[in-house]
Design a protein around this ligand. Structure first.
Ligand SMILES: Cc1ncc(COP(=O)(O)O)c(C=O)c1O
Length: 372
């Protein structure tokens, strides 16, 4: 039996008819970018996240860029973030000629450790960019408090954490701005690229909205700012309008599956070989990914692959060790993030995964350790 890391087609089959109708209605309407489907998606998701404004755009990466443009990030400005993320969270800062400044992660949640932020602040610091990694929120209260004290913006990267809560508040609703990604494998994934920016602040909203479309709001060919083209397609928005209705049920399914993995690892006496993920005491996790940590990472992944079980490597290197930053962070180390990258293995996780498939995964992990 082959067990994939993610199976997007299985989910499609559960909503196939609705999706086809939604796409067809866009084709019939004849409006293909930034139309009523986009507006409906923005209204629904700003309500869902508990924010005032939403701007749909062409990817999570662009959502980060629009958020950073909205706060007027200037070359040389510093943004404090985490080395344990998909590259885009730092790339967007560097792309605008800002400087990502890293702090290490919390060993329990794998999100940025708020206790290390103040030491990283300099006169050039403009913002803090926590990443709600793998599906749970960073410890937001101390982050927001530090930001307030030092007059810094907070941009929540919730690309992996739509629907996740911290103290019952949804991701994207706590900072000045929040961003999500609709990349197909995300918890709310489209059938192409897409992203969204959220805020409570009208000025930041207007800025991000204008940058999305060449700075030309409200009139075409009247360019108030130098922006970009980061529009989302109506077909993508219509698909997401169908899928968003399922997000809470899918996130709950992921939590059930995570709990089942936890139970299976305990019952099979594997906890001395592997570390399972933990949920912060203020958090409700959405398990975009389920990662274990184990020393024989590569040999375990190879063993499982030979038996038809796919695993992932999120992330092989922390951001400060990536080639594009060669030398720039050579004098710094973030041992918890570095150790995590050396030992972490991402296990199959998607709402349609079955308990039987999970049992197969864990049984094979058990045999692997018995043979060692
Ligand atoms: C934490 C994080 N930030 C940003 C992004 C970028 O999103 P996108 O792929 O939609 O550009 C991703 C996507 O993988 C992500 O996981």
């Amino acid at each position: 039996m082959n067990i994939p890391l993610v199976d997007l087609k299985m989910q499609y089959y559960t909503i196939q008819n609705e999706i086809k109708l939604a796409i067809d209605s866009v084709l019939e309407r004849g409006r293909y970018v930034l139309g009523p489907e986009t507006e409906r998606l923005e209204a629904t998701l700003s309500k869902y996240t508990g924010t005032t404004y939403a701007i749909a755009c062409s990817s999570g990466t662009d959502a980060l860029l629009l958020a950073l443009l909205a706060i007027d990030l200037q070359p040389g400005d510093e943004v404090i973030s985490t080395p344990l993320s998909f590259f885009a969270s730092s790339e967007a800062v560097s792309f605008l000629k800002g400087k990502p400044v890293f702090v290490d992660i919390d060993p329990e949640t794998y999100c940025m450790d708020p206790a290390q932020i103040e030491a990283a602040i300099t006169p050039k610091t403009k913002a803090i960019l926590p990443v709600h990694i793998f599906g749970q929120c960073a410890e937001m209260d101390p982050i927001l408090e530090i930001a307030k004290k030092h007059n810094l913006y907070v941009i929540e990267d919730a690309c992996q954490a739509i629907g996740a809560t911290y103290k019952n508040k949804k991701s994207c609703s706590m900072g000045d701005l929040g961003v999500i990604s609709f990349y197909p494998s995300k918890n709310l994934g489209g059938y192409g690229d897409g992203g969204m920016v959220f805020t409570h602040n009208e000025d930041l909203f207007k800025a991000a909205r204008d940058f999305r479309t060449h700075g030309e709001y409200p009139k075409q060919f009247k360019h108030k700012r130098i922006g970009t083209n980061s529009r989302i397609s109506e077909i993508e928005a219509s698909i997401l309008n169908v899928k968003q209705k399922h997000i809470d049920a899918w996130n709950q399914k992921r939590r059930d599956l995570a709990q089942n993995y936890d139970r299976l690892f305990s019952e099979n006496n594997l906890r001395s070989h592997i570390q399972i993920p933990k949920t912060g005491s203020n958090n409700q996790h959405t398990y975009h990914l389920y990662l274990i940590q184990t020393a024989p990472k590569e040999s375990l992944q190879k063993y499982l692959a030979e038996r038809g079980i796919s695993t992932g490597n999120h992330f092989p290197k922390p951001i400060h060790h990536l080639d594009c930053y060669e030398g720039q962070y050579a004098h710094q180390s973030f041992p918890i993030a570095e150790g995590f990258c050396e030992k972490s293995v991402s296990l199959p996780m998607f709402p349609e995964l079955t308990f039987e498939q999970q049992e197969t995964v864990v049984r094979n992990i058990k045999v692997f350790f018995e043979k060692r």
